[in-house]
Design a protein around this ligand. Structure first.
Ligand code: HEM
Length: 458
């Protein structure tokens, strides 16, 4: 059999020996490694990988070309997405262009702003539940405060909200089971993505067995929801997103299952990460935390009822805190594409089938685009702070172009209202001054969780 031809080298990049020497660094701190590749070799760099030819694209114009202006030349047939598809099937996030296009059209109405506005009520209920749980923990302590793993709380909150939004079902009872199944499945998926050669999914390695079980649990939860729906049938109730998926019978049951699992996976960890990092950053910046509290108190003054969609316009600083959090810690830190045809990016010839790696994290920390890129400065997203246009167009927490996050509006509404709702009731401060290490897996989460001190406000 003839040996595969090595990939043509069309861009500068690290040598094979340099990659081997960096292996531990890549595992420990992948972003720092990518950053060093960008710094040394420029905005389009090539890795010494024969097949597929693999490029790190961090030049802002080249990123835009891949995701927006020449998006049809790039698909999602990449290791990252095909591994994720072991959990999500052919759902919207992982589907390649031909399957994706009609599905996006069918699913778009489920994310129409009228449907999304209902999420405010789900957030209010979830915040109430957190309030009861945190308050009980604080009352149990003589000092009326408690150390809470905020990361864990946010994971439950985000799962509850996405569950209610999609299915109208109260997922709190199932939350732990579903969270575990999702995290376990994603864990295996991350392990596979990091291993250059993985056993096929049908080989019963311990990882594959865990993946199989976790996917079965996810499937069971979804199936029981669909069965409940069939029985509940004609009861009058507000339509949820699952109703919108089932409308018209355009999707097969497998396709409905894939989209449902996709929404849980895509809409749960990402939102939880955003909320967790927002608490972390506010905890380290008392001035920003106070400004947010003042804003929320001004909006909520004299009211008992929860914050609602109409309040969003009066929470610009809270929104800026969320925007800045998503800049510093973009939960989706890696986006990949496969070139469907030859292309030229920033003067570099890219062959068909090339793998393109884009890291929103890298672009968001580019000192040529952002002043003080490592600093937490929410005001840069306010008119007073005026982030330059070129930076705004390189702001990618939700991706860009036709494959941009379908849940963006819902995610922003959810994070702003949840953050404001919790700030209205609690002071959330750091336990100590030690910085928390980000763990870059499918999303970016704090390594070991995020323990913070929580105290009800008087
Ligand atoms: C802060 C929260 C979120 C972040 C940071 C985020 C980020 C992203 C990013 C970067 C992409 C594009 C990936 C690519 O181009 O390859 C994406 C796509 C997607 N997201 Fe989100 N997301 C969030 C919340 C949500 C929510 C709440 C949902 C649904 C309930 C959701 C569902 C999806 C889906 C289905 C896609 C695929 C869209 C398509 O290709 O048509 N996301 N998300």
């Amino acid at each position: 059999m003839p040996l595969p031809r090595p990939a043509p080298i069309t861009a500068p990049g690290p040598t094979g020996a340099e990659m081997l020497r960096a292996i531990r660094r890549i595992r420990r701190d992948p972003v720092a490694f990518l950053q060093s590749v960008r710094d040394e070799h420029g905005g389009v760099a090539q890795f010494p990988i024969p097949r597929p030819p693999t490029y790190l694209v961090s030049d802002a114009d080249a990123v835009r070309r891949v995701l927006v202006t020449n998006a049809s030349a790039y698909g999602k047939r990449t290791l990252q997405y095909s591994t994720l598809a072991l959990v999500t099937g052919d759902g919207l996030l992982t589907a390649d262009t031909e399957t994706w296009r009609p599905h996006r059209r069918i699913l778009q109405p489920a994310f129409h702003h009228v449907a999304v506005a209902a999420v405010a009520g789900h957030v209010a209920r979830a915040v109430d539940r957190v309030d009861r749980s945190w308050s009980a923990r604080c009352q149990a302590s003589a000092a009326t405060r408690a150390v809470i793993d905020v990361d864990e709380t946010m994971a439950h909150l985000a799962l509850e909200v996405v569950g209610r939004a999609l299915f109208g079902t109260d997922l709190t009872g199932d939350a732990a089971r579903l969270t575990t199944a999702t995290l376990q499945a994603l864990d295996v998926v991350v392990g596979r993505a990091r291993t250059p050669v993985s056993a096929p999914a049908w080989v019963p390695t311990p990882g594959n067995v865990r993946l199989g079980r976790a996917v079965a649990r996810l499937d069971a939860a979804v199936t029981s929801m669909l069965a409940e729906r069939a029985v509940a049938g004609t009861e009058p109730r507000a339509p949820d997103m699952l109703d919108l998926l089932l409308v018209g019978g355009e999707l097969t049951p497998t396709q409905v299952r894939d989209e449902v699992v996709t929404f849980i996976v895509a809409g749960h960890e990402t939102v939880a990460a955003a909320l967790t990092w927002a608490c972390y950053l506010l905890g380290r910046d008392p001035v920003a935390a106070q400004r947010l509290r003042d804003e929320v108190d001004g909006v909520a003054a004299g009211r008992d009822q929860p914050l609602e969609v109409a309040d969003l316009d009066r929470l610009p600083y809270t929104r800026a805190v969320v925007d800045e959090t998503l800049r510093l810690y973009p939960p989706a830190w890696l986006i990949t594409r496969r070139a469907r045809e030859d292309d030229v990016l920033a003067g570099v010839a890219l062959p068909r089938d090339a793998l393109v790696i884009i890291s929103p994290w890298l672009v968001h920390h580019d000192a040529d685009l952002w002043s003080g890129p490592a600093d937490f400065r929410p005001q840069r997203f306010l008119p007073e702070g005026g982030a330059p246009d070129q930076a705004r167009s390189a702001y990618l927490p939700f991706g860009a172009g036709p494959r941009m996050c379908i849940g963006r509006e819902m995610a922003l509404l959810e994070t702003v209202l949840a953050l404001a709702g919790l700030a209205r009731r609690f002071d959330i401060t750091p336990v100590d001054a030690a910085p928390v290490r980000p763990l870059l897996a499918v999303t970016v989460r704090p390594d070991g969780g995020l323990r913070m001190l929580v105290r009800p406000r008087l």
